[in-house]
Ligand binder design. Structure first.
Ligand SMILES: Nc1nc2c(c(=O)[nH]1)N[C@H]1C(S)=C(S)[C@@H](COP(=O)(O)O)O[C@H]1N2
Ligand SMILES: [Mo]
Length: 239
């Protein structure tokens, strides 16, 4: 068990009160020792704990480092590039310097994973996705966006309308530092109104497409529209 989780949670069995209380013992060990047990505990039971009101004794308000590949990728050989492609008039191929040279915006929002942990008031600096799309010139047939990561596996999607919102950033700073490698640097997507799985780490591509192509977790059962509070993150009604 470690803080590097390969799955945000598993849909399925509801967690009974006895299980929650039983595991609270383990959670308490984790609190006392700072051990990885705590990470496992609240990754798996964060939402149950929050719902049960036990959140006050089990810290669930801290970051995890997620990566579906099991490791943190190195930037691609030849250097980092962000590409904006697909149904656009002027594809972009941006170095980090070029991206950082564009007008920046700042945004402070809670960051929430669908498994129940949440980090309050995270401060991001970056470029509005809308500005990049404006520069590239979205063609009339383009109605959706597909995002890729240089980890080689992770993908995400938004409708074009969602991607044009003010609170969707291509971020290069978090807090007052460049985004760390663990948190998806040099550049990550931040979709502030949606669950964390929308916020692609190690972002390297934005493609304008004709329709939404469900992303990594979405083909594994998570909601394509991941609004915090309006979606449970999953299509399975039992969870
Ligand atoms: N490339 C990539 N991006 C990703 C993930 C991932 O595994 N790989 N996990 C997602 C999930 S489920 C969450 S909650 C957030 C976690 O961000 P963090 O690892 O910076 O805490 O990243 C999202 N973006
Ligand atoms: Mo997540």
């Amino acid at each position: 068990m470690s803080d590097v989780a390969d799955s945000p949670d598993r849909p399925g069995r509801p967690v009974g009160r006895r299980v929650v209380l039983g595991l609270l013992g383990l959670g308490a060990v984790g609190v006392a020792t700072g051990s990885a047990v705590q990470g496992w505990f609240d990754d798996h039971l964060g939402s149950a704990v929050r719902a049960s009101g036990l959140g006050s004794v089990v810290p669930i308000d801290r970051w995890r480092y997620y990566t579906v590949t099991g490791s943190f990728p190195d930037p691609p050989r030849g250097g980092f590039r962000l590409r904006v492609s697909g149904l656009v008039d002027r594809p972009l191929d941006l170095t980090l310097d070029a991206l950082e040279g564009l007008p920046t915006v700042e945004l402070t929002r809670d960051f929430q994973c669908v498994t129940g942990w949440r980090v309050p008031d995270v401060h991001w600096t970056g470029v509005r996705l809308r500005d990049l799309l404006d520069r590239a010139g979205v063609r009339p047939e383009g109605t959706a966006l597909r995002f890729t990561s240089f980890d080689g596996d992770y993908t995400e999607s938004l409708t074009l309308e969602q991607g044009l919102r003010d609170d969707v950033l291509v971020a290069h700073r978090m807090g007052d530092a460049p985004i760390s490698r663990e948190h998806g640097g040099p550049v990550r997507l931040v979709v502030a109104p949606m669950y964390g799985y929308k916020s692609v780490k190690w972002l390297d591509g934005v493609e304008v497409t004709e329709r939404v192509r469900p992303g990594y977790w979405e083909v594994r059962g998570y909601d394509v529209d991941a609004w915090v509070g309006r979606s449970n993150g999953r299509t399975d009604p039992a969870t």
